[in-house]
Design a protein around this ligand. Structure first.
Ligand code: SF4
Ligand code: SF4
Length: 502
């Protein structure tokens, strides 16, 4: 594969060089020089060759020819215009990496219960999806929860956290977590009593707020980060219904207002809103409502399109609404986009583009000490298991996050044996997958910005990647984002100031 890719926008010609992580304006002659080089034509003969094979081009740039040839050869000396290594990908996970991720765990998420007091039409555990275990109304037991915490507390005794006051979240997720408040209170007390002082723990929760009022004192006292699921005004909220099919709007809005009134500082600092965008709301409408009622900018998300129930595909796409498309139709588009800045797909895409393909950003401290030469990357965008979080389901299964289906747990917890994570079998499972996709990833131009998680592949045993990018596709990708930078350079300045990428 070529390290240097030439591409155009309507305004300019550029090259991107992966070895140097650099973008340059590219003189049109350079692409021709590169082609001649590939044909093993000696540099002394380039001028004659171009004169005879492309006389118009030669005539146009005759005066510039010596200068741009010299510059091309100079860049070549600096490592431009090379081939990328055939083996670009690290395709083997090691058990030490899993160990290290567990020692440095950033977040433990408990699925406190899989019961819910609502029955949202688009719920990931509802009829639109088919990749989850049947919900049998199970609460996670306190004994299992304590065993999970014991596992990490014991690990930290052997491997103390590497940084003092390391941030860590203990999070409560559902179902509706407030339905199992006794579990939450026990876990909070256990964390406060037994977590080492080196860990700066914080609590977080996502809630539908049906039971907010009677629990708000505790949440405020423990300074919970609270993410409220609310899709907007009454019509927008109409997919979020109780088991009798009644809209939850009238039930929850007074409770959220009571929280705001009773704990104004807490509400301002720690409470956020998340709205799912669907065919009964718009990002603009949600923004107007949440700003007006609660003086907050909500987060927005789309319906998850993984694991759709084959019998409900039509219904899913009737309900689904693409955020970018919806924003284009906003009445006050500029104001809406300004407010949602970090949420905008184009901003996320541009952030990935500039952090992954330029040398202006370091993703880890280690990169300070690496040369700028091309580094080997892990194939696919799958995280090292547990490097982001540990997710414990209400039935005691262990996953690397809550966003993946429930087919393939990486461990389990029970009252007798505690938390069981077999690192060797996890490594074997991941490596079997990686061995099947590595060849493709080695040839893929998306590798540096790949975010394809293995758990989202349709058939994990026989992976086919729908995101594979060939050279033409990559030229188009580079062109799209460079055009965005040409037309809206202020986006990059704001990304630099406001956005954190993990
Ligand atoms: S979706 Fe995949 S890559 Fe993302 S956190 Fe979960 S397991 Fe890791
Ligand atoms: S997009 Fe697909 S083929 Fe390309 S690196 Fe990612 S997983 Fe591999």
């Amino acid at each position: 594969m070529e390290a240097t890719v030439f591409f155009n926008t309507p305004q300019h010609s550029y090259l991107f060089d992966a070895s140097n992580k650099a973008f340059l304006y590219a003189h049109p002659l350079w692409k021709v020089f590169k082609t001649l080089e590939d044909q093993e034509v000696s540099a002394e003969d380039w001028e004659e060759r171009i004169k005879s094979s492309a006389p118009e081009l030669y005539e146009q740039y005759q005066v510039d020819f010596p200068y741009y040839m010299k510059k091309f050869l100079f860049l070549k000396e600096q490592g431009f215009f090379q081939k990328l290594p055939v083996e670009r990908v690290i395709s083997e996970l090691k058990s030490e990496q899993v160990d290290s991720a567990l020692n440095d765990i950033h977040q433990i998420v408990f699925e406190v219960t899989n019961r819910c007091n609502l029955s949202c039409k688009y719920c990931g555990y509802g009829e639109l999806y088919s990749n989850y275990d049947i919900r049998e109304g199970v609460d996670l037991s306190v004994a299992k929860g304590k065993k999970v915490l014991d596992y990490f507390i014991a690990r930290w005794k052997q491997h103390p956290p590497r940084s003092y006051k390391r941030e860590m979240f203990v999070s409560f997720y559902g179902g509706e977590p407030l339905l199992n408040m006794s579990f939450i209170k026990e876990m909070v007390a256990y964390v406060e009593q037994y977590f080492p002082k080196e860990i700066n723990f914080q609590f977080s929760m996502t809630s539908n707020c049906v039971l907010l009022q009677k629990n708000m004192d505790f949440l405020a006292e423990k300074n919970f980060h609270l993410l409220i699921s609310l899709d907007g005004d009454e019509q927008a909220q109409s997919y979020r219904v109780n088991h009798a099919g009644i809209n939850s709007f009238a039930l929850i809005i007074p409770q959220i207002k009571a929280l705001k009134e009773n704990y104004p500082d807490y509400f301002r600092e720690r409470v956020q809103f998340n709205a799912v965008i669907h065919n009964r709301n718009t990002p603009e409408g949600v923004l107007d409502f949440v700003m007006r009622e609660f003086d907050k900018t909500p987060r927005i998300s789309e319906l998850n399109d993984s694991g759709i129930n084959p019998e409900k595909v039509d219904e899913f796409f009737k309900t689904f609404q693409n955020i970018s498309v919806s924003l284009e139709k906003a009445k006050h588009r500029e104001r809406t986009e300004q407010a949602y800045f970090i949420e905008l797909p184009k901003v996320r895409g541009l952030g990935i583009f500039t952090t992954r393909y330029t040398d202006n950003y370091l993703r880890t401290y280690d990169e300070f000490f690496l040369s700028t030469n091309y580094q080997r990357l892990y194939s696919t965008g799958t995280c090292i298991p547990f490097s982001k979080k540990t997710f414990v389901t209400s039935t005691g299964k262990i996953y690397p996050c809550e966003r993946i289906g429930e087919d393939i747990p990486l461990g389990s917890v029970d009252e007798t044996n505690g938390l069981q994570i077999d690192r060797e079998s996890i490594v074997a499972f991941y490596n079997t997958f990686l061995s099947k996709i590595t060849d493709l990833c080695n040839r893929c131009y998306r590798l540096s910005s790949c975010s394809s998680c293995m758990f989202y592949f349709k058939d994990i045993q026989h992976p086919v990647c729908e995101d594979y990018l060939n050279r033409n596709g990559f030229e188009q990708y580079l062109s799209d984002y460079m055009q965005l930078l040409e037309n809206e350079p202020h986006l990059q300045a704001r990304i630099r100031e406001e956005v954190t990428f993990s």
